[in-house]
Design a protein around this ligand. Structure first.
Ligand SMILES: [Zn+2]
Length: 108
C-alpha cells in the first residue's frame, strides 16, 4: 500500500471513529480514542470497489465493533443481511445516503 493510500485510509478511519463517538453505531459498544483502532472497524457501507476513489469519505463509513462488522459484511459477501445491517439502514444511522456518499467521494 502506498504512502498516500495509507494516509487516505488513516484519515477515513479517524474521521469515522471521531464522528461516531468511538462507539459501534449499531450495538453501542463503547471504545475510546486510544482503543478505537483495536476495538472498531470503519466499515465501507457501499463497497470500496463500487465507489469513486474507493469511497474513503465519512459519508460512506460507519464505526462498527467486530461482531457488527461481520454482520454488515454479509452484504458485500452476497449473503442474507441480518435485520438492521442493510446499507440503507446503516446510512440512516449516520445521517447519510448512498447518494451523499457518492457525491462526497466524487468531489474528493
Ligand atoms: Zn456492534
Amino acid at each position: 500500500m502506498s504512502r498516500t493510500k495509507q494516509d487516505v485510509r488513516r484519515r477515513f478511519r479517524s474521521a469515522v471513529f471521531s464522528r461516531d463517538g468511538y462507539s459501534c453505531r449499531v450495538c453501542g459498544f463503547a471504545s475510546t480514542p486510544d482503543r478505537a483502532e483495536a476495538d472498531l472497524d470503519a466499515h465501507h457501507i457501499t463497497d470500496r470497489h463500487e465507489m469513486p476513489s474507493g469511497g474513503y469519505v465519512a459519508e460512506n463509513g460507519i464505526a462498527l465493533c467486530a461482531a457488527c462488522h461481520l454482520n454488515a459484511e454479509a452484504h458485500h459477501r452476497g449473503e442474507p443481511v441480518p435485520p438492521g445491517f442493510a446499507p440503507a439502514e446503516l446510512y440512516a444511522l449516520i445521517g447519510s445516503s448512498e447518494r451523499a456518499a457518492r457525491e462526497a467521494a466524487g468531489a474528493g
